[in-house]
Design a protein around this ligand. Structure first.
Ligand SMILES: [Zn+2]
Length: 268
């Protein structure tokens, strides 16, 4: 198993095959259908790593799944029962859950991202950074970064936890590779604009995700290509720019500075 003990999967809905409109990401029948697609994608990854659900030879690998979509992006009742599932509104949040795992018996030693979207302004399908209405950009010591970067860099800063797996559209996959050159990428759709895409058919996307996830088991956690290509010099600065709305007073950027990268990135 090449030294992977506990893989923490961050999931989202905007990067899933078949999802390309904001209406699929919150309330209504199309949202319920999108959550089913997202759950199938996550289960494909989990089963590639742990074997079929009735596997008589249980894997020692642990998998946690944190639903990273604000109003919920998965159908927990249909998720593979062998994973530890955390809802998006878990009070510990992504950063708290990772910190907590490091104090436990089976600390997380890899991150994976399923259904992740690209950053605001990138042209990726349903691209945004945390809030599509409020946030124009995040910059870490001058470099624009998205949700993937913030989380991958946080995990690295915390305990050199590498990000090993990523799925989403072509734009998001390029973003992931730009920060982590050796990350395993599975492209499930091609962006034709913020609300338009050419998708893999869902069963095909799931087969590709399973094939990509199997590659995790052959990778070495110490592979230097899993080290982020961008880690700025201390002191670190995270600058959050807000969108301007007609009739509102412009809001100045919010800036965090520290010598501790994990503390700076402890966000959202
Ligand atoms: Zn989302």
């Amino acid at each position: 198993m090449a030294g992977w003990r506990h893989i923490f999967l961050v999931t989202d809905i905007e990067g899933v095959a078949g999802v390309e409109s904001w209406g699929q990401t919150q309330s209504g029948p199309r949202y319920e259908a999108a959550k089913a697609l997202a759950t199938d994608e996550v289960n494909s990854v989990v089963r590639a790593l742990l074997g079929p659900p009735d596997n008589s030879d249980p894997s020692p690998l642990r998998i946690s799944v944190w639903d990273g979509h604000g109003c919920g992006g998965l159908l927990p009742d249909l998720l593979d029962r062998r994973v530890t599932f955390y809802r998006h509104d878990d009070a510990r949040n992504f950063t708290g859950l990772l910190r907590e795992s490091l104090r436990g018996a089976a600390p997380v030693n890899a991150l994976g991202f399923v259904g992740q979207h690209a950053m605001e302004g990138s042209g990726g399908v349903l691209s945004h950074t945390y809030s599509s209405r409020r946030i124009r950009s995040y910059k870490l010591s001058g470099r624009p970064i998205g949700e993937f970067d913030l989380r991958a860099l946080f995990a690295w800063a915390l305990a050199e936890i590498p990000s090993i797996f990523f799925s989403g559209d072509d734009v998001a996959c390029r973003e992931a590779q730009s920060l982590v050159p050796g990350i395993i990428r599975v492209q499930v759709k091609e962006s034709l604009g913020v609300t338009s895409a050419r998708h893999l058919e869902p069963a095909h996307a799931c087969a590709q995700l399973a094939a990509g996830a199997k590659q995790i088991l052959e990778r070495n956690p110490a592979d230097p290509l899993l080290r982020p290509s961008f880690i700025p010099e201390s002191p670190f600065e995270l600058r959050k720019h807000f969108k301007l709305k007609f009739g509102f007073v412009p809001r100045p950027p919010q800036v965090r500075r520290s010598d501790n990268l994990a503390a700076v990135l402890e966000e959202e």
